[in-house]
Design a protein around this ligand. Structure first.
Ligand code: SF4
Length: 384
């Protein structure tokens, strides 16, 4: 039976598959060996995700988990709390930033550590799942905030918990507000039903976690959606495809969130291939995120103007057949996900277009665009 100790992570680079271990340069090794002393994001990857990586330094899977000495380069724009979650924290693990939804940090455990992680200060190698004592203030808050219609269960990765802990959490959340449906056969959506959204990367990094028992559990707690983080079609191994299809076939909507990563997926063909393959599996490409300003991640950041040009290309390839000279099959326009950024420091998510840029300024950190939120307030985001 799965519990949080079932998943074994590789935390020693010498335990990687031989070709990968042999590909580690002296500079990388020296950097990795010094991470703990510097208090940086540890190295950890699942055997499954490591098995998908090639030994080349620019391999799109390898780069996502292999620590890179470039992480040590300073970034004057970097923020410890890039999304400004502290400004919207209403209970120790609950963030309420948008009127109709809130985010619950269920655990700090993950299925390995992405080198571009925006919660790098939060995620950890050893951490408990949310406790009853920690959940109590969350329930109290939900009881007096009926405007919250959806809870995003995030972390870390909530699916690191056992089915029993997840079931307990789902039941407790649903019990927090009178009149909500609880575990049992699928019921029609009640107007007041509190939706659950499971934010996870385990179908990609550890597809074995998606057992029939887990899918059965998720199915019993409708309305419930999964939001799966996928950045490249190479992540869609046969095992992951089976896991994702099984979730979708169980009637659980699967939203795909992709982080735009320089040198990994920053070209139209790579992204269109990913979105097309996701669509073929019954998944919904949902968001393409401009990178958050977490420390040690600037080498993954595609300049915003390039991101906008790339997104325009995606839209053209997806929606204007007469202009399409690419070999990539077309996508219906509504399946090209929204291009969005979380405004640094707590401004919330906005969809990006040329109109989002209200101007440019020079800050002590460097040149920055001024991005406009829905209320017209301006937020700086680096030009480069
Ligand atoms: S899965 Fe998400 S929370 Fe976990 S390390 Fe990757 S980006 Fe961070």
């Amino acid at each position: 039976m799965y519990n949080h100790r079932t998943l074994k992570l590789i935390t020693d680079i010498d335990h990687l598959p031989p070709a990968l271990a042999a590909s580690i340069s002296p500079e990388e090794r020296a950097y990795i060996e010094g991470i703990a002393a510097r208090g940086g994001l540890p190295f950890a990857v699942t055997p499954h995700f490591a098995s998908l990586a090639g030994p080349e330094k620019d391999d799109p899977i390898r780069r996502q988990f292999m620590p890179d000495p470039q992480e040590a380069q300073g970034d004057p724009f970097a923020l410890e709390d890039p999304l400004g979650e502290a400004c919207h924290r209403v209970a120790p693990r609950l963030i309420h930033q948008y009127q109709n939804r809130a985010l619950l940090k269920t655990t700090a455990l993950c299925g390995g550590f992405c080198r571009f992680c925006f919660r790098r200060v939060w995620v950890a190698e050893e951490a408990p799942f949310i406790s009853a004592a920690e959940l109590e203030p969350v329930q109290d808050y939900l009881k007096v905030h009926p405007e919250i219609r959806e809870i995003l269960l995030s972390g870390g990765d909530p699916l690191r918990a056992s089915d029993e802990r997840l079931e307990w959490l789902f039941q407790e959340l649903r019990a927090a507000r009178p009149g909500l449906q609880t575990a049992g056969p699928r019921l029609p959506k009640a107007d007041s039903a509190l939706s659950l959204r499971i934010c996870t990367r385990l179908p990609i990094t550890a597809p074995d976690r998606i057992t029939p028992e887990l899918i059965g559990l998720l199915s019993r707690f409708s309305p419930l959606r999964a939001a799966v983080h996928i950045n490249h079609s190479r992540e869609l191994s046969p095992e992951s495809r089976r896991a994702l299809s099984a979730i979708a076939e169980a009637g659980i909507p699967v939203l795909v969130q992709t982080v735009l990563l320089k040198g990994i997926n920053d070209d139209a063909e790579t992204l269109l291939t990913l979105f097309r393959e996701c669509r073929n599996l019954g998944l919904i490409p949902y968001y393409l995120f401009q990178l958050d300003l977490a420390p040690g991640t600037a080498h993954f950041r595609l300049p915003l103007k390039q991101g906008l040009a790339l997104y325009r290309k995606l839209q053209i390839l997806g929606t204007e057949p007469e202009n399409n000279s690419s070999s990539v099959p077309l996508l219906p326009g509504n399946l090209v996900p929204a291009y969005a950024v979380d405004l640094p420091g707590g401004g919330g998510k906005i969809r990006l277009s040329k109109k989002s840029i209200a101007g440019e300024t020079v800050l002590p950190a460097g040149r920055a665009y001024l991005l406009k939120d829905k209320d017209g307030k301006l937020w700086p985001y680096p030009v480069d």
